[in-house]
Design a protein around this ligand. Structure first.
Ligand SMILES: [Zn+2]
Ligand SMILES: [Zn+2]
Length: 104
């Protein structure tokens, strides 16, 4: 990874802790109204970027509230930090909202 990329990631991770991101995230979650915007079944636990083109100044339509299962699928990473147990996402919604990796 080049140092330029490293700087971008550092900035991105800082951004995910910023009030600006939290406000944006809340708007996306409100739009989703409790349902994953990919499968419309699971409860969204995080907000996914469909593109990183406008990161730091995203359009709302570039963001999707997603459940854990869809998010893992979107990133093709079966090794999410928690196991993909059906239904688990629903119960973890409350605590998941505050965790620092709100996006990945
Ligand atoms: Zn989903
Ligand atoms: Zn994502």
């Amino acid at each position: 990874m080049s140092s330029e990329q490293q700087t971008w990631w550092d900035r991105y991770h800082e951004y995910l802790k910023s009030p600006e991101w939290y406000a944006l995230r809340e708007r996306v979650m409100r739009r989703a109204d409790g349902f994953c915007e990919i499968c419309a079944l699971g409860q969204p636990t995080q907000v996914h970027h469909t593109t990183y083109k406008h990161v730091f100044h995203e359009f709302i339509w570039e963001l999707r509230a997603v459940c854990d299962r869809c998010h893992a699928r979107l990133h093709r990473t079966p090794t999410e930090q928690k196991p993909l147990v059906p239904g688990l996402g629903d119960r973890m919604f409350g605590s998941a909202r505050g965790r620092k990796e709100g996006e990945a």
